[in-house]
Design a protein around this ligand. Structure first.
Ligand code: XMP
Length: 513
């Protein structure tokens, strides 16, 4: 295992990815819990990430000093390199010229295990720089092995202790050989085999879940999305019918979703599943609510109420299973200690474990979305589930600006189903991160046959994204949207006009509320 210590870089998750792409297992720990992770994992190597702080300040984050005395190879990236310099007796300064950002070239000055078999002395290679501070004096034992115009210590190495520091970011795609450098560190320097696969992850997680849970009962909120479906399958494989899934239908699901989930999990996998029909409760509570945050809060709270009541009915459970992914984990960690702005209060079953005094089982905590999909395939989850677009917890309710009613949900469900059917028929579903319809509380005049209509406007949205944090508008072939618009206006009563949303994220968000 490689332990990646996170100092708050935006791209730490990419380091973990690169390590896994090298066939080596890694875990990311925020710097605050790095020691605990080190003791638990007994890693064969450590990577110190970049980060927004400045090591020149006394109160900025540090690596535990004992990491440098553990005899374990260490790779410091950007802030990680500066940290290592400072903690081992070198010096770091704030660049007088404001720093170095973007594409740069390093020139190799001496051989180094980090680029052994990859780069030769005298060669120049493209890298990506993004730093304000820089190393000014390297610690005893280190030598510079590559330089750039702005960074005389672009790569430094202490081969005896197997410590390496890079000023640039090898984890981003703009450093073309970066993945290979990280693979070299993991395999050649740390001596790891590079044979890690999803099959191994599956086996290891199953053993881990069994050890954690023993013969206790586990309850899992199943949404039908990829994350909770994969988590439920994996846990069921580990502990069988000690697991019960609860699926709550609040009337805000997509067309056919409830039937699909129930037939797959109950019918096909024989996983104990409670199907709660809570449409009245949700619809009554949503009556008159138009504020997006009020909707989200009501739905989140009501999910928890329903879930708690069902858990009581089945005699309680000691553990709550969640399909939490790594991006969810990292978003909830505050590195500055300061408050971050709530753009939207995301709904999940947060708050439940404390309220019900349950422990958490989160087997997907270290994975990224595409890795969860790979694990789903490994577990034999059907492709329609594995490849499904993300769907928000508050469901259709946040795709109906203004008041949510049963009738509006029905209209939206129909229109959304047509849109998705056309996307699938055109073979575009997998090229899109997320596509959906939004029913607007605006009515416009139309003409159908000889009559005047006065009906709702429907907006269509489709975006590409890698993580949902940023998004680009999907560009359909020119005949596609007119075809969908015609079908929707003809087939869905209540809609007489269709528009397409051309806003990227930022400045827009993916969902409308
Ligand atoms: P936004 O709208 O914030 O969405 O750009 C980013 C991604 O998150 C999804 N989303 C949610 N997922 N609970 C979820 O589980 C939520 O409350 C929620 N709100 C938005 C959204 O669909 C997109 O994939």
């Amino acid at each position: 295992t490689i332990l990646i210590v996170d100092f708050g870089s935006q791209v730490t998750q990419l380091i973990a990815r690169r390590v896994r792409e090298a066939g080596v297992y890694s875990e990311v720990a925020p710097f605050q819990s790095a020691e605990e992770a080190f003791d638990r994992l007994k890693p064969a190597g450590i990577i110190l990430s970049g980060g927004p702080a400045s090591v020149t300040l006394d109160h900025s984050p540090r690596a535990p000093q004992r990491f440098f005395e553990a005899g374990v190879p260490i790779l410091g990236i950007c802030y990680g390199q500066q940290l290592m310099s400072r903690q081992l007796g070198g010096n770091v300064i704030v660049s007088g010229d404001g720093g170095e950002f973007g594409k740069a070239y390093v020139e190799v000055k001496a051989p180094c295990a980090l680029f052994d078999g990859l780069w030769a002395t005298g060669e120049r290679h493209q890298v990506w720089m993004s730093h304000g501070d820089k190393v000014d004096a390297i610690p005893p034992g280190f030598t510079p092995v590559a330089t750039s115009e702005g960074a005389p210590y672009a790569i430094v190495a202490d081969e005896a202790r197997r410590f390496y520091g890079v000023q640039f970011h090898p984890e981003v795609v703009h450093t073309p050989d970066g993945g290979k450098l990280i693979a070299n560190f993991a395999r050649r320097v740390c001596g790891l085999a590079g044979d890690w696969t999803m099959a191994e992850f599956r086996a290891a997680k199953i053993a881990e879940i069994r050890a954690q849970v023993g013969d206790a009962k586990v309850i899992c909120g199943l949404s039908g999305g990829v994350d909770s479906s994969v988590a439920a399958l994996l846990i069921h494989e580990a502990i069988g019918d000690q697991l019960t899934c609860v699926f709550v239908d609040g009337g805000i699901l997509r067309a056919g979703e409830a039937e699909q989930v129930v037939s797959l999990f109950r019918g096909h996998y024989h996983i104990p599943l409670v199907h709660v029909e809570a449409q009245d409760l949700f619809m009554d509570g949503l009556a008159g609510v138009t504020d997006p945050e009020a909707k989200r809060k009501f739905i989140g709270k009501t999910f928890i109420d329903v879930f708690e009541a069902e858990a009581k009915k089945i005699g309680g459970a000691d553990f709550l299973a969640q399909g939490t992914l790594y991006p969810d984990v990292i978003e909830s960690v505050s590195f500055t200690g300061g408050p971050s702005v709530t753009i939207k209060s995301h709904h999940n079953v947060g708050g439940l474990p404390e309220r019900m005094n349950m422990k958490l089982v989160e087997p997907l905590r270290e994975l990224f979305k595409d890795e969860v999909r790979a694990l789903g395939r490994e577990l034999g989850l059907p492709e329609v589930f594995v490849g499904r677009h993300p769907f928000p917890g508050p469901g259709l309710a946040i795709r109906i600006p203004g008041e949510v009613t049963r009738e509006r949900c029905d209209i939206l469900r129909k229109a959304d189903a047509i849109y998705l059917e056309e996307i699938r028929n055109a073979g575009l579903y997998d090229a899109i991160w997320q596509a959906f319809a939004v029913l607007l509380p605006v009515r416009t005049v139309g003409v159908m046959g000889d009559g005047r209509t006065y009906d709702h406007v429907l907006a269509l949205r489709a975006v590409t994204s890698t993580d949902g944090m940023t998004a680009e508008v999907f560009d359909f072939p020119s005949d596609f949207l007119p075809r969908v618009a015609t079908r929707i206006v003809n087939e869905v009563r209540g809609v007489n006009r269709v528009v397409y949303d051309y806003t990227s994220k930022p400045p827009g968000t993916i969902e409308w509320e």
